[in-house]
Design a protein around this ligand. Structure first.
Ligand SMILES: [Zn+2]
Length: 221
């Protein structure tokens, strides 16, 4: 058997012996009464950034949507297949969650590919027309434009970090195009948050809409 799978099976055994044993009641309650999370997190698919691990949450605490670069698309009624919007609808309308956290991170591959693709445009490099990633990342193009406008001379790595921050703000805007999101915000039933996880330091910064900049999580709330 492949070593990677063996590692998972070993982990599963440990989960059964320790985690499941210790949290038996949690699983029992969740089975009997269903899930009632109060927080929806939109995180990246990146293997290094698991919102439940970073926030030490247990099963039932977080309703999590993961996609490339933790992007929220705008509200669109075009008969397409909208996985992220479907999960968002379930969280907001069915589970009636109270907070949405868009959970970004540094060194995001999706954001870096957006920045590289756009900086290559105009040169003889071929844009990946048929890439699902390139198409998906078009949603964050306003973030790239804003980052480039603010700091046109930054190297790719730094520009990507800035673009990642603007992408969170872009997703906050897109979130509010969903009628049931904006209605719940207006009636005080839902709050939006944008968090950015820094991989090398393991710290989180929060976007303050009032001050229009990112500040340490511990100092914000
Ligand atoms: Zn990412």
């Amino acid at each position: 058997m492949a070593t990677e799978i063996k590692t998972l099976i070993q982990g599963y055994k440990q989960f059964r012996q320790k985690y499941f044993e210790e949290k038996k009641q949690v699983f029992k309650d969740l089975t009997l009464h269903g899930q009632k999370p109060k927080i929806l997190v939109v995180a990246c698919s990146d293997s290094r950034v698991d919102p439940a691990i970073v926030t030490n949450c247990k099963p039932g605490d977080l309703f999590v949507i993961r996609n490339v670069a933790n992007i929220i698309p705008p509200f669109e009624k075009d008969n397409g297949y909208h996985g992220t919007s479907a999960a968002l609808e379930f969280g907001v309308c069915n589970l009636k969650i109270k907070h949405i956290i868009i959970f970004g991170h540094t060194q995001c591959g999706g954001i870096i590919s957006l920045v590289k693709d756009n900086s290559l445009k105009g040169s003889c490099q071929k844009h990946q027309q048929n890439s699902f990633i390139a198409k998906w990342m078009e949603l964050a193009k306003p973030a790239y434009d804003a980052a480039l406008c603010e700091a046109p001379d930054l190297p790719t790595e730094k520009l990507s970090e800035l673009c990642g921050q603007y992408s969170l703000i872009n997703s906050l805007k897109n979130l509010q195009t969903f009628p049931w999101v904006s209605q719940k915000i207006a009636s005080g039933k839902l709050s939006l948050h944008a968090w950015n996880f820094d991989l090398p330091t393991g710290t989180i910064k929060v976007y303050s809409e009032e001050q229009q900049h990112f500040t340490e999580l511990n100092d914000y709330y």
